[in-house]
Design a protein around this ligand. Structure first.
Ligand SMILES: [Zn+2]
Ligand SMILES: [Zn+2]
Length: 367
């Protein structure tokens, strides 16, 4: 779902799989539902879907917190009592505690913080945070809020408000991610990746430790072999399976962490990458549209007037091109289009971590 819309994968199996899962399948299910169960039931299902995903509700937040708490409870029941062990020292308690507390704190902050709502009071100030590039963003009002729409903002239909530097609406946080909470979101993902990888490591040391505790690591450990009709030495692999069999909760935790860790590490890296490249999840789609427009041959570097200091990038639709007499040069590749909001990877990261204060101090005239 993350990679599917990416231009990199256009025309490949990834894009086709994405189209099948995200578009074809839901359309088929809807058509089948309408023909099979009738419009009344399908209508009710639509309303339920709208209630679940169309407006803010804590369902996915509750699911996320429940899974987290279950994982944490198993950790304290099955892993914590065996630390320290012969593979992991007492000192591990310090980094794992700090990371867990930070992770929960970042989650709470990302969920509760205002993502950067545009209000009648701050709309004018919000419009000054980023300039309009007249390619992705134009000076206009939001059709729903009726407020000036700052560059890089997006109206979230789930939250029912415009959000500055909108990243995306996250159902797991039950909140939008935007200018004011991207830092908590990035902090949450980074620490969650560490929690999963570190947790998997500590759970593995306990698995190895229990081999010794249960006497499965000794040279005398043997198992009856029916085929040979005698005892044979217990293999390393079998000894691990014996431990997992006798500690099912530890097995559940290990599976949970081993499945989740790569996904979370990938997603944390992906999020960090787009922050450092100077765009948002919302703008990724917009840049794809620009790439499409370049492909269609309607993007130009235009000199707005004879005395204009430099060229600007504009989309001029085919039907408007004969009437538009401004001197122009066709753009043939996305690389030729500068991203006005990209200030270099480290400054982009610093901006996301330390966004400008929400209410800029009013200039007072003294003397
Ligand atoms: Zn709006
Ligand atoms: Zn939202």
């Amino acid at each position: 779902m993350i990679l599917g819309p990416n231009r990199m994968f256009r025309g490949t199996i990834v894009a086709h799989a994405y189209a099948a899962v995200a578009k074809t399948l839901p359309a088929l299910v809807q058509r089948w539902a309408r023909s099979g169960v009738g419009n009344a039931v399908a209508g009710r299902a639509d309303r339920m879907w709208a209630a679940l995903f169309g407006r803010r509700n804590p369902l996915f937040q509750v699911i996320a917190i429940t899974i987290y708490c279950v994982g944490l409870a198993i950790f304290f029941l099955c892993v914590a009592p065996h630390i320290p062990n012969r593979y992991a020292g007492m000192w591990h308690w310090l980094p794992i505690s700090v990371t867990l507390v930070a992770n929960m704190g970042f989650y709470a902050a990302a969920s509760a913080a205002d993502p950067g709502t545009v209000t009648p009071d701050n709309a004018r100030a919000a419009c000054r945070v980023f300039p309009y590039d007249c390619l992705l963003y134009f000076r206009r009002n939001c059709d729903t809020c009726r407020l000036p729409k700052p560059a890089r903002s997006k109206h979230c239909s789930t939250c029912g408000k415009c959000v500055q530097m909108a990243e995306h609406h996250c159902v797991w946080l039950n909140n939008c991610v935007g200018l004011r909470n991207t830092r908590w979101f990035v902090g949450f993902l980074a620490t969650f990746a560490i929690v999963c990888v570190y947790g998997a490591y500590l759970a593995s040391t306990v698995l190895l430790e229990l081999r010794h505790v249960l006497g499965l690591a000794s040279a005398a450990a043997a198992v009856w072999d029916d085929d040979l009709g005698r005892h044979v030495a217990l293999s390393f692999r079998s000894s691990l399976l014996y431990v997992l069999d006798s500690r099912p909760l530890l097995a559940v935790l290990l599976v949970l962490l081993v499945v989740m860790a790569p996904a979370i590490v990938f997603f944390a890296g992906y999020q960090l990458r787009i922050v450092m490249l100077g765009y948002t999840g919302n703008e990724e789609t917009k840049w794809l549209n620009v790439a499409d427009a370049i492909h269609d041959g309607v993007v130009f570097a235009v000199r707005e007037s004879d005395d204009a200091p430099r060229e600007v990038i504009r989309v001029i639709e085919e039907e408007d091109q004969p009437a538009d007499l401004r001197p122009r040069r066709p753009i043939t590749h996305l690389r030729q289009v500068p991203n006005l909001y990209d200030r270099g990877p480290w400054r982009n990261l610093a901006f996301a971590l330390f966004p400008p204060p929400s209410a800029p101090a009013r200039k007072t005239h003294t003397g």
